[in-house]
Design a protein around this ligand. Structure first.
Ligand code: SAH
Length: 246
């Protein structure tokens, strides 16, 4: 008879800030303790999977389980930290629920870095990076990533372009037309970024500025005007299929 898979698929999976190693004992409190003991009804001796964005994924075992906190003993490494495809998503902030969705999908689809880009028509004036990061962590826990996407401080479009690394292709989603995305991406493998505008799109002046960047390639995502969040997810998907790890 086949040995049942261990840990079972239903094993809770959590990101922790503490660096993990064999034999480490962690105290979990706050929302994560509530999730494990209250929601998942974890009992002493039961397994948990942990990852720390540095050393991979580990199997741990519940020790003392209380309502407000519990201890987990790390027993063995299940996986090394993954190599993440070298893709940045540079996206203009859009309304709250929608940018949260972009952060979640960027993580699930395999993006390495999310760069919020401030453009002339950006209407969101304060971006809550903690909230965006929380969405990415939750997505990473659920989708099995062992490496979190990095999230950098918002940067103005001109500053982003001014310091653009020459070796990184900049696929600029241009709703006024460009090279079909799949064709452009297949033609330029290697480190890449996708740039997507806000709800109101880029201004003509911004489009001209982007085109002066030697690494920029204007791409089309088809004849329909997509919402910014749809354009972001679609462009990332096409890149992953053409050049990523799908
Ligand atoms: N300016 C548009 C809407 C912009 S859509 C208008 O109001 O009519 C938001 C962003 O999604 C754009 O800036 C662009 O980066 C991307 N986008 C949307 N549809 C696209 C398409 N068909 N091809 C390439 N990029 C697209």
């Amino acid at each position: 008879m086949a040995t049942p898979a261990w840990p079972p698929d239903s094993t809770p999976r959590l990101f922790v800030e503490t660096p993990l190693s064999e034999g480490a004992v962690l105290t979990i409190d706050g929302g994560q303790a509530h999730y494990l003991s209250g929601v998942m009804r974890l009992k002493p001796g039961e397994p948990v999977r942990l990852f720390d964005d540095a050393t991979g994924e580990w199997l741990a075992e519940a020790r003392d389980v209380r309502k407000r906190d519990l201890t987990l003993a790390v027993t063995k490494r299940l996986r090394e930290r993954e190599a993440v495809p070298d893709l940045w998503l540079c996206a203009a902030p859009i309304k709250k629920g929608r940018i949260d969705w972009v952060a979640e999908k960027a993580c699930e689809l395999g993006v390495d870095r999310l760069v919020p880009v401030l453009t002339q028509r950006t209407i969101v004036d304060r971006l809550n990076l903690d909230r965006l990061r929380a969405h990415m962590i939750e997505a990473a826990e659920q989708c099995g990533r062992t490496a979190l996407p990095s999230l950098v401080e918002p940067v103005k479009l001109a500053a982003l372009l001014g310091s653009w690394p020459a070796e990184r292709a900049l696929f600029f989603a241009d709703e006024t037309g460009g090279v079909p995305a799949a064709e452009a991406m297949r033609a330029r493998p290697g480190p890449a970024a996708i740039l997507v505008g806000p709800e109101g799109g880029f201004t003509d002046a911004e489009r001209d500025l982007i085109r002066t960047c030697p690494a920029a390639v204007g791409i089309s995502l088809g004849p329909r005007i997509l919402r910014a969040e749809t354009a972001a997810a679609a462009a990332v998907s096409v890149w992953m299929a053409a050049a990523g790890d799908w």
